[in-house]
Design a protein around this ligand. Structure first.
Ligand SMILES: [Zn+2]
Length: 142
């Protein structure tokens, strides 16, 4: 069943990246606390701890922004062909052939693959529409 598959995928299990990042995170906290403790005693340790909790989420956020600026696009989807719909107007829906597509509010199906954004044709083929260029934006994909 495709629906249960998708539900399982979205169920919030740890991804491989998160499984690698988590021990690193713990290690970094330990290192910072130890460094602070060594330099300034218990106050340094507290400072180190605060610093980690303050800086790491910001770093992760900045990293996420950077990755999407390079690989996935910001906003995630370009405006549709009529120019009326924007990134947040797209909804993922299932097509008759069992595959899914992103529908904009006008009802046109699109599909995103990596940095490319395609318009799904009535016969199911993909017509190139827009292309994300890292740090520059969405450009027409000729
Ligand atoms: Zn539209």
């Amino acid at each position: 069943m495709p629906i249960t598959n998708r539900a399982r995928k979205d169920s919030g299990r740890l991804t491989l990246i998160e499984m690698i990042m988590f021990p690193l995170y713990i290690l970094l906290i330990a290192l910072c606390v130890q460094w602070g403790l060594h330099r300034r005693g218990w106050r340094g340790a507290v400072l180190g701890l605060l610093l980690v909790f303050l800086i790491l989420p910001l770093g992760a956020f900045a990293w996420g922004l950077l990755l999407s600026a390079i690989y996935t696009g910001m906003p995630s989807y370009p405006a549709c062909r009529t120019g009326k719909c924007h990134s947040s107007n797209y909804r993922l829906r299932r097509l008759e052939n069992g595959r899914s597509a992103l529908f904009c509010a006008c009802g046109t199906p699109y599909r995103k693959r990596g940095r490319r954004f395609y318009e799904v044709q009535p016969d199911g083929s993909l017509r190139p529409y827009m292309l994300w260029r890292a740090f520059r934006g969405w450009f027409p994909d000729a």
